[in-house]
Design a protein around this ligand. Sequence first.
Ligand SMILES: [Zn+2]
Length: 173
Amino acid sequence: MAEAQYDFGLATHLDADALGEPGHRTFRLLVRSGSSSALLWIEKQQLIALGLAIEQVLAQVAPQEAQRGEFTLSTGPISDFPLNPQVEFRVGQLQLGHDAVNQQFQLIVGESEDEEREARQPRLTVRTRYRLANRLSKQIAALAAAGRPRCPLCGEPLGPEPHHCALSNGHVH
Ligand SMILES: [Zn+2]
């Protein structure tokens, strides 16, 4: 694999948050490794796909970790993230690698609108332990659910698919 422009090593913090009103939210991945920080603007669908991919791998390789705790979403942006991160760009290609031996994931992030660079080298790579990855996937799921309308009966977020409500005797609404 080509060497990344920024190799963050092992992440110490990995967060996702959203700015703006529901329906017009802008999503970010906030990466920290020691004193290094990167702010990565990311499309909602891409962020959700990342969360699901982590969840799926963890369910296979570390089910006990995947079941660990619900994530409580704090409202608003992550407060203690540096105002002037060393690295900031819009995500183009995003790859998730899995290292079973070290029980880590690797995020390989390319920059948007820079196809040539993506082909040559990724912009940033960072590794994360299972626990931090699991926390991130739960955080992403909570973010995704927060932007959706909720069922008035059971409170579950409503998606594009029909909702089979547990509280309305199986009626779809
Ligand atoms: Zn319902």
